[in-house]
Design a protein around this ligand. Structure first.
Ligand code: DGL
Length: 295
C-alpha cells in the first residue's frame, strides 16, 4: 500500500480529462494536478522548449513526494517523456502509448488516423508507437490547432460555469465547430480508416463533432481510459494502491490538489470543474519563474 498521491500534469486544463478517468477508475487515489495554463498552448511550440517545460514540471513534482507521474498531455509526452523517465527515480507514464493501444485495439481495417497538435504530429510519436504494437497498421496524421482554440473559448466562457462537459456536449455543436471538424478530419477521409485516436487532451470534448465529420463507420477513441488502465497496471505491479479511505460513516474522499501557472485561480477552478466533473476545492498558484529555476 502506498498512500502518496499521483502527480498529473498538462499544458492547461485538457489533462483533466485524463485525471477524471484516473479518479473514476481509482477512487481511493489522491492526486496533485498541475496545469501550465500560463504557457498553454504547447502544441505550436518547438519541441526543445516543450522538453524544457517537462524537465521543470517533473522537477516540481519530485519535491511533492508523488508515487507516480502521468504526463497527461500528448505534446509534452512526445517531447519529454523519455527525458523525464531517464532523469527521475519516480516512474513516469505518458498518454501516447495508451492512445496507440486504444486505436490499434479499435481498428479492423488496420488503417488508422491521429488527430493531434502540430507538435505531436511532427514528433511522429503516434505512428511509431502504433507500429511498435502492429507494424502492419497504416497511419495518417491530421494536425489541428483550431480544435484546441474552440475548447479554450468554451472553457473561458461564463456559459460553462457550474456545468460538466459530459452533459454539455451540444455546446460545441455550432457551425464554426462543424467547419473545424470537417477541415481537421479532411486528411483522414477516403483512406479506409476505421479508427481515429484523439491525440490531444482537449479533443475528447469535441468527440461528437469529430465523430459526425468522420461518419458512423469510424471509431473515435481517446487515451484517457487506457491511460487510467495503465496506471492501474503500474500500481498493481508495485503493490502501490492507496488504502481505502474510510471516514466514520464508512465513506471518505481522496485528496485532490490542483495547481496552475495562471494568475486567474478562480477561472481555472471554474473551467477545471467543467472538465474534471467535480469542484476544484484547492487551487494553488505556481510561479513560472520558480519552475524555470527548478529545471
Ligand atoms: N494538452 C495538449 C495536448 O494534449 C493540447 C493543448 C496544447 O497545445 O497545449 O497535446
Amino acid at each position: 500500500m502506498d498512500p502518496r498521491p499521483i502527480g498529473v500534469f498538462d499544458s492547461g486544463l485538457g489533462g483533466l480529462t485524463v485525471a477524471r478517468a484516473i479518479a473514476t477508475t481509482l477512487p481511493h487515489e489522491s492526486m496533485i494536478y498541475l496545469g501550465d495554463t500560463a504557457r498553454c498552448p504547447y502544441g505550436p511550440r518547438p519541441q526543445g522548449q516543450v522538453r524544457d517545460f517537462v524537465r521543470q514540471i517533473v522537477a516540481w513534482f519530485a519535491h511533492k513526494d508523488v508515487k507516480l507521474i502521468v504526463i497527461a498531455c500528448n505534446t509534452a509526452t512526445a517531447a519529454g517523456l523519455d527525458l523525464a523517465q531517464r532523469t527521475l527515480d519516480v516512474p513516469v507514464l505518458g498518454v501516447i502509448v495508451p492512445g496507440a493501444r486504444a486505436v490499434v485495439q479499435a481498428t479492423r481495417t488496420r488503417h488508422v488516423g491521429v488527430l493531434a497538435t502540430q507538435g505531436t504530429c511532427d514528433s511522429l510519436s503516434y505512428p511509431e508507437a502504433i507500429r511498435a504494437l502492429d507494424a502492419g497498421v497504416k497511419v495518417w496524421q491530421a494536425p489541428s490547432a483550431r480544435g484546441v482554440e474552440v475548447v479554450e473559448e468554451r472553457l473561458a466562457s461564463p456559459a460553462a460555469m457550474g456545468r460538466d462537459w459530459m452533459s454539455d456536449r451540444g455546446a460545441f455543436d455550432t457551425p464554426l465547430v462543424r467547419a473545424i471538424a470537417e477541415e481537421d478530419t479532411a486528411p483522414l477521409r477516403g483512406q479506409g480508416i476505421d479508427a481515429v485516436i484523439l491525440g490531444c487532451t482537449h479533443f475528447p470534448l469535441l468527440k461528437d463533432e469529430y465523430q459526425r465529420a468522420l461518419g458512423p463507420g469510424v471509431r473515435v477513441v481517446s487515451s484517457a481510459e487506457e491511460t487510467a488502465s495503465e496506471v492501474v497496471e503500474y500500481l498493481e505491479r508495485g503493490e502501490a494502491f492507496a488504502p481505502a479511505i474510510m471516514d466514520d460513516a464508512g465513506g471518505g474522499e481522496p485528496a485532490y490538489h490542483f495547481a496552475t501557472t495562471s494568475d486567474e485561480l478562480g477561472s481555472f477552478a471554474v473551467a477545471g470543474e467543467y472538465v474534471f466533473g467535480r469542484k476544484l476545492a484547492l487551487v494553488e498558484h505556481v510561479d513560472e519563474g520558480l519552475l524555470e529555476r527548478l529545471g
